[in-house]
Structure formats: C-alpha cells, structure tokens
Design a protein around this ligand. Sequence first.
Ligand code: GLU
Length: 468
Amino acid sequence: MSPLLKTRFAPSPTGRLHLGNIRTALFNWLLARKAGGVFLLRLEDTDAMRGHEKYAAALAEDLRWLGLQWDEGPATGGTHGPYAQSERGEIYKGHFARLEQQGLAYPCFCTEHELAVERKLAVARHLPPRYSGKCRTLPPDAVQARFAGGLPATLRFRVPAARKVSFDDKVRGPQVFDTADIGDFVIRRSDGTPAFFFCNALDDALMGVTLVVRGEDHLTNTPRQLLLLEALGLPLPDYAHIALVVGDDGAPLSKRSGSKSVEELREAGYLPAALHNYLARLGHTYEDNALLSLDQLATGFAVERLHRAPARFDETQLRHWQREAVLLAPVETVWGWMGAAAHRLVPAASRDAFIECVRGNLLVPADALHWARVVFGDAPALSQPANEAAQTAGGGFFAAALKALEQHGTDFKALAETLKAATGKTGKALYQPLRAALTGELDGPEMAKLLPLIGLERACARVAKYEK
Ligand code: GLU
C-alpha cells in the first residue's frame, strides 16, 4: 500500500497572503483532499522580522475564509508539532550537532564583506558565485582560537564533491544537478537561527510530508535539500515545482502588476468560490468549464495537468469566475455578501425574488446596492444614454405605457404587447425607452422579473414623469 499522501503549505508570515501564495496552498489542499491524505500548515518564522504573530493570525484567517482548513498545524495540532519553526529550536540543535559530529558541517568565520568580495571575483572570472570553501579545512585548533576570540560563525554544510544529485520533479520531469556547482551552504546563521534550506527540508522530513508542491523559484534549492536529508538519513519527499504566476509584464506577479492580497480581494467582494475556480485553472487544465465546488476541483486536479509555462494572471478571467460564483451561490450567501446598505432597501418578502432577478448582473456588492436602489429606491436618475432613449420616444409613448400599465399591472409581456400595438414600435425602439424610464439604465436584469419587484405604484410614477 502506498503511504498516505501528505502535502503542506509553508508560508513565511511576513506579509498578507497574495494570489500566488494561495494558489500554492490551494494546489496542496486539493491534492491532499483528492488522495484522502493530509494537508499540513507550517509557519516558517525563523527570520528576524517583526510582526510574525500578526501575520500568522491573518494567514490563518485567510486560509479559513478560503475553506482551506489544514488537517495538521497551528491551532489544529497533530503529532509532528510544534508547527511554527520559531518553536523548533531544540529539534534543530540536535540535528546541527549530528551533522557537526559526523564532520558533515563546519563553522565558517568569513565575514559578509569577505564573501561579497569573493562573489564579485567569481563573477568577474565568469565562475558561479559559490562559496570558495575557505573555512572548510580549518584545523580544529584554528577553529577553537577563533571561537575563543569571540568571532561569530555560521555553520556550513559540507557538499560532497563531484556527485550528481538527481530527482524526478513531478511537474518538470527528471532533474540532474552537479555538486561541483553547489558551494557549501549556510545551514545556521551566525545569530544561531536555522537557515531556510535546513529547517525547510528537515521539517518536511520530520513532519512526514510526502509531496512538496511549491514555486519553481525553489527548484535549485532542492538538490541542496536532498543532500541534507540524505546526510541526516531522513526520508526524501517527492517534489513538484509549479510555474510561477506572472503579470502582464511577464515578471512574477507583484503588487505593482496587480497582485492583490486575499484581504483586499475579500474586501472588494470576491467570493471564495471565484478564487478557487480561477486559481485552480491558473496553469492547470480542467475539462469542465463550469463553476466547481472545492471537492469537485479536487477530484479533477492532477499534478500531471499542471503546465510548465508561466501562468499569466488575467483579471478578466477572475471576474468571469466571480460572476459565476455570484450566479450560483446559495441565496443566503448572496444576501450576506450584499451588505447592510442593500439589506435596508430590500423588503424581506422580496428578498429571494430580488436576488434571483439581479444576481446575473452582479460582480461586487456595490452592484447589488445599485440594483436595490433602482428597484426599491426613489425614481432613479437616468444615465445620459437612457435619458436620450426616453426623450426620443416622446410623451405619447409614455402616455400609452401608463395606460398599458394600468391595464396589465406588472405583467411585462402583456404590457409590451399592448404598447407595441398602440405605438407601432418594436424591438429596441419599444424596449429601450421603457427600460430607461423604469430603471434609469439601458441594460440590466430581465424586465419581466424587475417590473413586479418595482411594483405598479413606482412603475406608474416613473413612467408618468415622461408622459408629456
Ligand atoms: N517559506 C518558504 C516560502 O514561503 C517555503 C518554500 C517551500 O514551500 O518550500 O517561500
């Protein structure tokens, strides 16, 4: 039996989650869900930045709002905790000691300045800017003397010479790296904190992660991480490096190229289902073009269907899924989403009919408020083109419309037929002035559904204004 699939999301809580991060989280969640496996959340909070706690709370809130609940991790718990790297210092200590004892890691006293000079020289000689190995062979007494002199030291992993590291990336196919291109790398900073390569790989192994799905910007980290895990005799996860999301400029999505945080998207009124459906299709193919639930998205998700080419962020597509999400959401959800200002305008008895009538015309909650005002508010001011349409129709048209309204009530079909017979107008010439006078707009939800909501009294008053 193959082991349980365990995926993870390992954000550094240094800012709000953006579209790119949540796509990674979503992919991992979908894969775990599909396989009946485990989705783990780990906080990579070992750097010296401030505000980790605030951002950790915010990212938990964002993930929950998106419905991407983790099976193991902070707050949820599990048997592989703690799940914040800042609380795993003792675990790292033990593994640093093991590597040092086996001669697989050594202290390095090179200063930032020395390293920068070395890098510059290497670049000038067209060599890869890797660590020269200067402290690699320091004799033990020299090491002791430096420590005794209080010199700060990092801990470097001793990369084995002349070896190939290969792995089969689940998205990018077979990968081979030569250790000759990899310099000995820092696994513990001089302030004692673990470096990314180290704690990220170690925790994946110790937490039983079996598949790492992460951005392709980490691809070149993987050989280093595999060497580390091998040295520690720990299990190696599979890796899938996914193409990054790029903006219109072809550069990785950034705030400047329109990437919004989950918080901003939520505040703008985007629904989780819109984000799920947009992001799950960003660089991944589904056969089904309908709005899918998270579980349906999970069923159709496969690593093999992930594209290698960069995924281009397309706001039009995001809006498309938002419209679909509003169209198909439960009435209760749409109602809550509309917000208090719309709630005050819509009479309780008309709530469901109003939602069914306007939901096809909504992108953001402000649109719902707009239609609530149009339907239940005072006579709407006419937009410029609507005004023109109403003026061109002339007073006789509206006098006939008023009569037809009195005759048929809010039965729009009957009203239109009577008006057509009375005025000889058809098509646009018939419908546009009517819609203009009744709603102030030339476009919008179906009139047959709108008119009963507007009600006879308001409809007559609006039409009467143009009668002369
Ligand atoms: N903390 C890392 C990041 O946010 C995790 C990378 C990974 O998924 O391995 O980029």
